[in-house]
Design a protein around this ligand. Structure first.
Ligand SMILES: NC(=O)c1ccc[n+]([C@@H]2O[C@H](COP(=O)([O-])OP(=O)(O)OC[C@H]3O[C@@H](n4cnc5c(N)ncnc54)[C@H](OP(=O)(O)O)[C@@H]3O)[C@@H](O)[C@H]2O)c1
Length: 352
C-alpha cells in the first residue's frame, strides 16, 4: 500500500513509518523540514496548504495525518494559536485534497486525542458512553483549551466532504515507547532520579498504550472497513497516577520516588516550559470499539508493559553507550547497521 503521513517525522510517525516500511509498504512523510526520516520518503510541505498533498495523494491507499505543534509547551497566546491552527488547518487541507482527488484514499486516519474526554474518576470514558469534556466544574482554563482544540480538530474531519474515504478519529492515549525524548523517557527520567513518586494526590487516571499495540491498532483499523468515526487507541487498563508510578518504579527496580505536590508541579512546569494538565488531568479512557472488533493487546496491563519498556530502554542505552565508546576510538571500524536512529529533532529512536 501507499501510505501518506503528514507530520510523520515526529514521535508517532517515526514509530509507524519504520514498522510500515518493514511490512513492505510505500511510506511518504510530509514534513516542513528537509530532515531525513528513519523510514519512508520525505516530501517537504509548509504544514497548511495543499501543495504536495494532491500529488502525493495520487495512488495513495491510506492517509494518516499526525501534523500538530507539540502540546508540551506553555499555553500562551502564541502557542495556543499554533497548537490549534497546526491541527485544524492541516485537517481541513487534508479534506480538501482528498475531495479533489480523482482516486481518493480508501481510509483517512486523523490524529485526535484521549484528552477530548472529561476529567473524571467515577467511570471510564469509552466511545459509546464516554463524556466529552469542557463542562467540568472547577478545572483550570488550560484544560478547557485542550478540549476545545480537540473538538475543533474532530469537527474539521467531520466537515470534510470525502464520501469515498472512510474517516477515523484516533483518540489516542499517551503512546509509551523507549525512544529517547518521548513521554516514557521523560517519566523514566524522573524515576531514575528518585523523583518518580505520585503527582498531586495521585488519584488522576493515566491512560496509555504500548507503542507496539499502537502500531498494531493502526494496522487493524486500516484493515477493518467497519471501523469509522471515533476510536479510542488506548490500553484497556488505565490506572491512577500513584499506582502507575509505583509500577514504573518497580519495573525499573527502585523502591523510592519523591512525590510532587501540586504547587511543586506548577513551579516545575513553569521552569520547564510546559503545563501541569499533561500530568494532573484524569484521563480514564478505554478502547471499547477496538475490543468489540476483536483486537487483542500484546501489552494490556501496565506492570508488564512497564517491565518490557524498561528492558527496551536499557537495550537502547547499552547501544548508545557502545556507540559513544566507538566514537571515542575513531580508528576502530564501526559495526554496520547501527540500530538506533537520531531524527532531525535530535531524538533517538529504538530499533523496530
Ligand atoms: N504522542 C502521543 O502519545 C499522542 C497521544 C495522543 C495524541 N497525539 C497527537 O498525535 C499527533 C502526533 O503526535 P506525536 O507525538 O508524533 O507529535 P510530534 O512528535 O510533536 O510530531 C508532530 C509532527 O507535526 C509536525 N508539526 C509540528 N508543528 C507543526 C505546525 N506548526 N504545522 C504543521 N505541522 C507541524 C512536525 O513535523 P515537521 O516538523 O516534520 O513538519 C512534527 O514532527 C499530534 O497531533 C498529537 O497531538 C499524540
Amino acid at each position: 500500500m501507499k501510505i501518506v503521513i503528514p507530520g510523520g517525522s515526529g514521535h508517532l510517525g517515526t514509530i509507524l513509518a519504520r514498522s510500515l516500511v518493514r511490512d513492505g509498504h510505500e511510506v511518504v512523510i510530509l514534513t516542513r523540514t528537509a530532515g531525513v526520516p528513519q523510514a519512508g520518503r520525505a516530501v517537504v510541505w509548509d504544514g497548511r496548504t495543499i501543495g504536495p498533498w494532491t500529488t502525493e495523494l495520487a495512488g495513495a491507499d491510506v492517509v494518516i495525518n499526525l501534523a500538530g505543534r507539540s502540546v508540551n509547551c506553555r499555553y500562551n497566546a502564541r502557542n495556543r494559536k499554533e497548537i490549534a491552527s497546526s491541527r485544524v488547518d492541516s485537517t481541513r487541507v487534508m479534506g480538501e485534497a482528498i475531495s479533489r482527488s480523482v482516486w481518493p484514499p480508501r481510509v483517512w486516519l486523523q490524529a485526535s486525542t484521549a484528552t477530548i474526554y472529561a476529567h473524571r474518576f467515577d467511570a471510564a470514558n469509552d466511545e459509546n458512553s464516554g463524556i466529552i469534556g469542557g463542562a467540568e466544574a472547577g478545572v483550570p482554563e488550560t484544560w478547557r483549551f485542550s478540549i476545545d482544540v480537540a473538538k475543533e480538530w474532530e469537527r474539521a474531519l467531520d466537515d470534510a466532504e470525502t464520501p469515498l474515504t472512510r474517516r477515523v478519529k484516533l483518540r489516542s492515549a499517551i503512546v509509551m515507547s523507549p525512544d529517547r525524548g518521548g513521554p516514557f523517557d521523560a517519566l523514566l527520567g524522573l524515576v531514575r532520579r528518585g523523583l518518580g513518586g505520585r503527582a498531586g494526590d495521585g488519584r488522576q487516571f493515566v491512560s496509555w498504550i504500548h507503542y507496539r499495540d499502537f502500531v498494531s491498532a493502526i494496522r487493524w483499523i486500516i484493515e477493518r472497513d467497519e471501523l469509522a468515526g471515533a476510536v479510542n487507541v488506548s490500553a484497556p487498563d488505565p490506572l491512577p497516577n500513584a499506582e502507575f508510578m509505583r509500577e514504573l518504579r518497580m519495573a525499573w527496580g527502585i523502591g523510592f520516588g519523591l512525590p510532587s505536590t501540586q504547587w511543586m508541579l506548577e513551579a516545575g512546569a513553569l521552569v520547564l516550559g510546559t503545563e501541569t494538565e499533561l500530568i494532573l488531568k484524569s484521563r480514564r479512557v478505554t478502547p471499547a470499539r477496538l475490543l468489540a472488533s476483536g483486537f487483542t493487546f500484546e501489552h494490556p496491563t501496565w506492570p508488564a508493559a512497564a517491565r518490557d519498556l524498561c528492558a527496551r530502554w536499557r537495550a537502547i542505552d547499552r547501544e548508545l553507550r557502545s556507540e559513544r565508546s566507538e566514537y571515542d576510538r575513531p580508528k576502530l571500524s564501526r559495526l554496520p547497521g547501527h540500530h538506533s536512529h537520531r531524527d532531525h529533532l535530535g531524538r533517538t529512536h529504538a530499533a523496530p
